[in-house]
Design a protein around this ligand. Sequence first.
Ligand code: ATP
Ligand code: MG
Length: 684
Amino acid sequence: MDLAHDLDPEQRAAVTAPRGPVCVLAGAGTGKTRTITYRIAHLVNSGHVSASAVLAVTFTARAAGEMRARLRKLGVEGAQALTFHAAALRQLRYFWPRVVGGPPWQLLESKLRLVGRAAHQVGVDTDAEMLRDLAGELEWAKASLIVPDEYPAAVTRSGRATPEPPERVAEVYRVYEKLKVEERALDFDDLLLQTTAALEENVDVAEEFRDRYRCFVVDEYQDVTPLQQRLLDAWLGDRDDLTVVGDANQTIYSFGGASPRHLLNFTRRYPHAQVIRLVRDYRSTPQVVALANKVIGAARHRPPGSRLRLVGQRPDGPQPRFAEYDDEHAEAAAVAARIRELIETGVPVNEIAVLFRVNAQSEAYEQALSEAGIPYLVRGGERFFARTEVREAMAVLRTAAAAEEEPAGTLPDVVRGLLAKVGLTSEPPAGGASKQRWDSLMALVELAEEFAADAAEPTLRRYVGELEQRAAAQHAPTVHGVTLASLHAAKGLEWDAVFLVGLCEGTLPIQHADDDQAAIEEERRLLYVGVTRAREHLSLSWSLSRKPGGRRSRRRSRFLYGLVPEDHPAARVAQRGRGERPQCRVCAKVLTDVADVKVGRCSSCPSNVDPELLAALKEWRSDKARELKVPAYVVFTDATLMAIAEKQPTDDSELVSISGIGATKLERYGADVLAAVRKHTADA
Ligand code: ATP
Ligand code: MG
């Protein structure tokens, strides 16, 4: 580990800060995860804390696995890197006999069955969509520490839309909890609730726990829920050996109760905390970084302390590509063709991802990639460790590892030899199910290769231990192929080439975000998360209809406005003065209504106007009209003001490109208007 070589000065400051509260607030790709990994390694290697006393919490099982692998490379073995849920599960299993006792509980893998029974009892619809929505409400409530009785009031406070009247949802919640107790079942939220209760209510449990774990690290802290925070508090007790890192602009779980306030208010809670900000983006090319800055620069109502501008550190790369297709099928086929090209130019297939907003979008890409003969894996798809061939392989490996003597040969060779017993051949079979089986077994061999390269003692026994840990944390090895994943699941990860697909209104932002400003902003942050996953190649695409030959009624995402280069064929923005008919800049329809022409958008298309800026402009217009003793519309019409608020012009040329502003108005009001826009963007 070479701190001077591997880290920049700010990262180094965070890594070497003395034990105690440390907070790293920084944008995507600036090395937050690298920083905490090095911090753990530094604290352990320099003898400040033993590895087994460190508990690092990450957001996904995959991230936890990657952190363990990175720690191993830095010479640290035995630190716990887990998700909140996996950590709570482990602790609860251990403490349960002492704090509750009696017969063991069952973990509910999904809430849907019991939510269905509860809904039925209450007399609420039980169709799949309703059950999903109800389960979502229960999850939000539990993550927000809201019990059934408090639910209706909490809904009113938060202004949340509910699938049924709040009282009825509360009743479903109540019945659900009762059914769960009857079945001696716990859901995922209960793991956290029960572990917290065990620590809060049992002094000896708390003491034993706090004696064992002394140093805590949390990645992606912007998405911590009140429930997770409560568990973290129970872990800490009155200690403050806590390092948190996060990026408020990547908060993408607030619909589920998460909030960046814990991150942003960290110093209120720990006034003596070291706060470190990072702005150098080591992940992405300046071209990708520029686009990311634009996406997040357009965000509204960003909390103070979250305005960071990323500075790209890598050499130049290709410009992001934008593409519009007639239908989803064509879009998927084109993406597959482009992926093939990238692979041919040497981009490793594991370094390519297709990211979408909802899992239902995956299918078209699975099909297109299959047709193109490109291997892929679906994140969050079938559980790797539950596959038959993997279970068989684990059984064989376990038996061999239990033998007295460590088998002779290098670990990968030993594993390869053992897996031959369950059908691993030296060459891959042609395709279909047997190819998938082969791929799974090979993934175990590749994992053995990785383990042999990094672990201090790469014995079969230790390797099997690693596999057991991964299975418990559901951390699947990387199977060779293009990753298909939702934007949510892509958090924290990175690929050389990223395809953001299906970027149309109704999908991103998702339909149910409606016109709720906060929900729309969360959707925008999802796009920011997507863009910042790419190291080098980035492609953004959308299609105008779902099925081939269908009505081309879709509109591209409002978030793309201002991102698609003006000379791009898909940009088709209203071009005035060239004999062309003005078009809507959102949906590209020809505009006929005069007011629409002025705004440059159909009145039915979503506006990206910031209400605060519009209000400020209106106030200025009233003052001006009073001063000049003319009616307000003489200064600017509503449509022109709206267009200014939407376009947020930064100079004269952008101002005159707005319909309704000619040389005279530019001279009279230009400076005022530009100043108002500038002031607003600086304030926001
Ligand atoms: P995200 O917000 O997406 O989680 P992050 O801030 O956690 O991003 P990392 O994943 O830690 O960022 O780092 C992004 C990439 O930059 C990684 O490939 C990492 O290895 C690399 N990186 C980080 N810091 C440095 C550095 N000082 N020098 C070179 N590369 C670095
Ligand atoms: Mg990270």
